[in-house]
Structures are given as structure tokens and as C-alpha cells.
Write a protein that binds this ligand. Structure first.
Ligand SMILES: [Fe+2]
Length: 304
């Protein structure tokens, strides 16, 4: 295999590079696609498991007998997670007038629904990670959180399940990080022209990210509409019927976040985004307000 160039691990994110037409040159990619999918099929590569404390705490939130103190106790066995949850609880997304200093206090203050959202965002730090690319990881996580926030706002407007919408929004692009993980796992089998080309790697990851995200959502036993939305957010009509509406909702949330200018992926007048509003029965005139609300909850606009 040819020696790799020093630029091989350069920038990878779509908003950082203006990839030339060669990205879309499919020549030679079929073998790599087959290699990556083969690793999935034979179990050489599997999506990461949900952090056990998060899984346990989420299970407890479904139990009417579980106490706030009990849920907080489970999570407090993981000091790093506790610190992260408290940081999030005090972020503009959840913060009230008084600073939150403990998990039980966070549960009382922001309620169970808000707390579940907090746990999902915290899970992102374990799975939406592109190794060796801290800045890009932070950007992906910021965008994912924003899409979750926008999805919950839209769900409120169209009377859909806000928790499911938030989770689907937060996890919708988790397959991007998983794709880079999969490429890393197959690194030694990849031809040099793929290894040396961040643009071609991005092309592969972009192509595979929905099916990888779907694999993770299914492994985490998330509800079918969440799984379908993660797996088909770029083509909601292809989702299973019970997930189609949630798929359109995530597409609409992406449109809102693009409009809000938070790491935009697509032009503001993207046909898929506009159609998603139509499918959900939302007027496009609601877009600026939804974008502003999302920016506020992300702490990008001071809250009056
Ligand atoms: Fe995507």
C-alpha cells in the first residue's frame, strides 16, 4: 500500500471543505462499500452500546415507582457523566433563574421530560465522536443538539411526540461519526486513494450514515418511529409507514437549523426542507420564528 500523505487526516466535514467533483467520482468505491458493509454483516464492526448508566436511568424514568433520588443515584455513580449533566442542566437549553448544583435538583427543576432530553444529549458525547477531530466532533454535536431542539419545537407545533422528536433529531446524523469509526476499523484494507482523500471518505460516510444510524437506533431499542427517522431523514418517503411522519419532522428540523445558520448543510431554500413543512402542515412563514426559538434555546441569542 502506498505511503499516506501528511494531509490524509485533514478536515472532513462538509461545511469545512468545498469538495470538488472528484468526490462524486464513484470509480473504485464499490469494493470499499462492500468491504464496509461486510464488516457490519459479519459483526467485525458493531455500533457502540448505550452507556449503561444512561440505559439504566432511562429504564427507571419509565417506572412510576422510581423516585427522582433513585434516578439521580444511578447516574451519580458516573462522576464524569454527572458533571456533564450538570453543565448541560445549567446551559441555556434548560436553565432557570437559579443555578442547578445537583441531579435531583435538576430533575425537580426541569422535569422528567427535560431530564430525558438531557440524557440523550449526554449520550451524544459517547457516540457522536470523530476520533482525532475534536473541533469537528464539537460541531457535529452542536448541530445534532440544535436539530433535537428544533424537532421538539416542531413536534409541539404539530402535536407529535416531543420526546421521540427530540431523540430522533439528536441522533439523526450519528451515522456520520459511526461511518468514520467504521472506516477506521477497516483502515488497513482501504486503498491508498481512499485513505489519502478526506473528500472521498466523506462521500462514503455521507452515503452510509443513514443505515449506520439506523443500526445504532435499533441496537439501542429506540421506538420504531425514531429508528425510521434516523434511517431515512434524507428520504422520508422511503421510511416504513409508521416512521414516515417522524422522518419528515426531522427533515423539517434540519431545515430550521439550516435557516438558523447553525452549521448549515443545505441552502435555505432546500426543496426537501420546504416539502417537509408542507407535509407536516406547517406554513413556511413559521420558519423564522422556529429558527429564532432554536437559536435561543441553543444559547446563541440572549433570552429576554
Ligand atoms: Fe444526514
Amino acid at each position: 500500500m502506498a505511503r499516506r500523505s501528511a494531509t490524509a487526516a485533514r478536515s472532513i466535514a462538509p461545511w469545512e471543505e468545498n469538495h470538488g467533483p472528484s468526490v462524486y467520482d464513484d470509480a473504485g468505491l464499490d469494493d470499499v462499500r462492500e468491504l464496509l458493509r461486510g464488516h457490519r454483516r459479519d459483526g467485525t464492526w458493531e455500533p457502540p452500546v448505550m452507556p449503561s448508566t444512561v440505559r439504566q436511568a432511562l429504564e427507571m424514568t419509565k417506572d412510576p415507582e422510581a423516585s427522582f433520588g433513585g434516578i439521580a443515584g444511578v447516574l451519580e455513580s458516573d462522576p464524569a457523566l454527572t458533571a456533564q449533566l450538570l453543565k448541560l442542566a445549567n446551559s441555556p437549553m434548560f436553565r432557570g433563574a437559579v443555578p442547578i448544583s445537583g441531579l435531583r435538583q435538576a430533575l425537580v427543576r426541569i422535569g422528567l421530560r427535560g431530564f430525558i432530553q438531557l440524557l440523550m444529549v449526554a449520550s451524544l458525547s459517547k457516540v457522536l465522536v470523530v476520533r482525532g477531530h475534536r473541533g469537528i466532533t464539537a460541531q457535529l454535536q452542536e448541530r445534532a443538539t440544535a436539530v433535537g431542539v428544533a424537532a421538539a419545537e416542531i413536534a409541539r407545533a404539530v402535536d407529535m411526540d416531543r420526546d421521540a422528536a427530540f431523540t430522533a433529531g439528536v441522533l439523526h446524523d450519528v451515522g456520520i461519526a459511526l461511518g468514520y469509526g467504521l472506516l477506521g476499523a477497516c483502515d488497513r484494507y482501504l486503498p491508498a486513494d481512499i485513505c489519502d482523500s478526506p473528500a472521498r471518505k466523506w462521500h462514503l460516510v455521507e452515503e452510509l450514515h443513514q443505515e449506520l444510524g439506523l443500526a445504532l437506533a435499533q441496537q439501542w431499542r429506540l421506538p420504531p418511529d425514531v429508528c425510521g427517522a434516523v434511517g431515512f431523514h434524507h428520504d422520508p418517503d422511503a421510511a416504513p409507514p409508521d416512521a414516515r411522519q417522524m422522518g419528515w419532522l426531522v427533515a423539517a428540523a434540519i431545515h430550521v437549523v439550516d435557516h438558523a445558520g447553525i452549521r448549515p448543510e443545505r441552502p435555505r431554500d432546500c426543496p426537501l426542507g420546504e416539502r417537509s413543512f408542507f407535509v407536516l402542515g406547517l406554513a413556511l412563514s413559521e420558519l423564522p420564528e422556529l429558527a429564532l426559538e432554536t437559536r435561543k434555546r441553543m444559547g446563541l441569542v440572549p433570552i429576554e
